[in-house]
Design a protein. Structure first.
Lengths: 163, 448
């Protein structure tokens, strides 16, 4: 029992370290690429950099966890296809203005009932749409744990930077 | 059905008891039938497995889901002898495999205990010789599978595979039997009345003696032949308590509910402030709030890091540029010391800052006569030697309280700049506006 506990904690530590190193590396890369692109600190740039850092944090977390978890797999998939999806969405918006009305009507029909708590949780946990409730709860537990670690690590990094 | 007899009945009994007794029974059966050694070996293995199964259980749970932190609790829970818990967990792992079979209603008379079935069935390869031969192979593979693979959902899949193999060997008729067994397995978890048990025992004996499965009530006898394939130590032992429904649907539903509540308990330990809340809805609310807050925190922290960025530039660059920058420093700094800008009023204005900067420069350079001269021009020459010698003076030196944060910033930045051979101009666009004048002067100083 104790050995298992130790192993579990070691596992979390392992994830933590991997996340920290990945995050720092991606951050550094971001900085490098940013430096020559001009770094005026106006609102837009800051917002964009915030977004990028957030995405980097999530991606490095998912990478650190690896593909063994449903949520990390879903997250990685989402991040990988982000650009493509955005492109497709933009195209759709441009092309299909005619179909908008129909789609809206259909959506109304589908989303007639109020979203329950489970649905809310499903939206929060990446990849939760395709899970049954048991899986969802399990993944949620792991996700929460990883998020907590992530927050802790980022907190320390931010503190270090603010020194 | 025949095998039911072996179950020592009674819903309140522990799993452990069940396994032990069934094992004994099986041994007896073996002696009776004088089977081949292979089968005996199998049984021995099975027994061992069954004995060790409880110890393995913890491993199963680990695999099943909770890898981390709360493992302790899970483990302790699983170790508990409480039949309900253990049984349900078992179900969690293995019920998956059974859902495939067509819904099969055994009716009250056909309620089986799944575990007992499979165990007993393993010993007597019934007189149907062909079937036995086929199934023996199957069972062997099954055993090996069991041993090799960790217990878990995989096994249920493997079981399916095995069943398929056997089915291919045996007729289509047995196919249906197999499905029935699956159905039984779902249903078998229900509690068996003692009356049934007695009946079954009798049936069992007669069947075994006769070696004709078809003699007994039709459905049961059919099951027996096929049961050989399903002999696995990982059975689903779910029993309905008195007054609970025993059909497959309600059993599965109960299992599902237990599973959910177990996960909920785990989450409850994970989410702070969730202990006091009772009720699933409230807990879900709390969990959702917690996840949202964590995500928001991540966003906030990333924002924070983004705002701090400009200085991270220096730090990070310094980390990597330190090695190659060092030799260059010694080249650059003498020029500072020699420069005649010392008398500049702006420079003198920031006297303490200047002093520290100078010491830092000296730190990198080593002892340099012109630099010493520079220090002498500053207001407090007596404090120089100690800081000069102390290599960590830069980090340890407490800036005078008169300094504002910006100046301090500048100080760091300037130092970082000094250590690099190349001087990118854009880092200077930080928050440092107050001390711009000084800054420009410093740049002038550094750049020859």
């Amino acid at each position: 029992m104790t050995s298992k506990h130790v192993r579990a904690t070691r596992h979390t530590k392992f994830i933590k370290n991997r996340f920290a190193s990945r995050f720092l590396r991606s951050h550094l890369r971001m900085k490098r690429s940013d430096r020559f692109g001009g770094s005026q600190s106006n609102e837009g740039v800051r917002k964009r950099s915030t977004h990028r850092i957030k995405i980097a944090a999530y991606a490095s977390m998912a990478l650190a966890v690896g593909p063994s978890r449903t949520w990390s797999r879903a997250l990685l998939f989402k991040l990988r296809n982000r650009a493509r999806l955005q492109g497709v969405l933009r195209k759709r918006c441009l092309v299909s203005k005619k179909n908008k009305k129909k789609r809206v009507v259909r959506n109304k029909v589908i989303i007639s009932r109020e979203p329950s708590r489970t649905d809310t949780l499903r939206k929060l946990v990446p990849g939760g749409d395709s899970m049954d409730i048991c899986c969802l709860l399990e993944e949620t537990a792991h996700y929460i744990k990883c998020l907590a670690t992530q927050v802790k690590v980022m907190q320390t990094i931010a503190d270090q930077l603010l020194l | 059905m025949i095998n039911r007899a072996l179950l020592p009945a009674g819903g309140e009994e522990n799993m452990l008891h069940c396994t032990d007794i069934t094992v004994l029974e099986r041994q007896r059966a073996c002696i009776k039938w004088q089977q081949e050694q292979q089968q005996q070996q199998q049984q021995v293995q099975l027994q061992q497995q069954e004995i060790s199964y409880f110890t393995e259980l913890t491993g199963v749970f680990q695999q099943a889901g909770f890898h981390e932190g709360g493992l302790n609790e899970v483990v302790t829970r699983s170790v508990k002898p409480d039949p309900g818990l253990v049984d349900n967990r078992w179900n969690n792992d293995h019920l998956v495999g059974f859902g495939v079979g067509p819904p099969y209603n055994n009716g009250p008379g056909f309620e089986l205990n799944y575990g007992s079935i499979s165990r007993t069935s393993s010993c007597p390869p019934p007189v149907v010789a062909a079937v036995a031969a086929a199934t023996v192979k199957g069972s062997e593979s099954v055993v090996s599978d069991k041993i090799s693979s960790g217990v878990g959902r995989e096994i249920s899949k493997k079981r399916k595979v095995d069943d398929k193999q056997n089915n291919s060997k045996v007729d289509a008729e047995e196919d249906t039997r197999d499905k029935r067994i699956k159905g039984c397995a779902e249903e078998g978890e229900s509690k068996i009345t003692e009356k049934n048990n007695n009946k079954n025992r009798r049936n069992n004996n007669t069947n075994k003696n006769n070696n004709s499965n078809k003699e007994s009530s039709a459905g049961n006898s059919k099951d027996n032949s096929k049961v050989t394939e399903v002999q696995k130590p990982d059975y689903i032992h779910v029993r309905a308590r008195r007054g609970q429904a025993t059909d497959s649907h309600s059993l599965a539903e109960r299992v599902r509910r237990e599973k959910i509540s177990e996960r909920m308990k785990y989450l409850q330990d994970l989410v702070p402030g969730c202990n006091k809340i009772t009720g699933k809805a409230g807990m879900l609310d709390e969990i959702i709030n917690y996840v949202q807050s964590l995500q928001r925190q991540v966003e906030f922290l990333s924002m924070k890091i983004a705002t701090v960025n400009p200085r991270l530039d220096f730090n990070v660059d310094n980390l990597f540029a330190r090695e190659q920058a060092f030799p260059a420093c010694s080249v650059n700094f003498p020029t500072i010391g020699m420069s005649s800008d010392m008398t500049n009023p702006a420079y003198l204005q920031f006297n303490p800052a200047q002093q520290q900067l100078v010491t830092c420069c000296g730190l990198d350079m080593g002892i340099d006569p012109p630099d010493m001269g520079l220090k002498r021009t500053t207001s407090s020459p007596e404090s120089i030697p100690e800081t000069f010698l102390d290599s960590s003076c830069f980090t340890q030196a407490h800036p005078p309280p008169a300094w504002d944060a910006d100046l301090q910033n500048l100080y760091n930045v300037a130092f970082d700049q000094g250590r690099q051979t190349s001087f990118p101009t854009q880092p200077f666009t930080g928050k440092i506006k107050l001390s711009c004048l000084f800054y420009l002067h410093f740049i002038n100083l550094i750049n020859p």
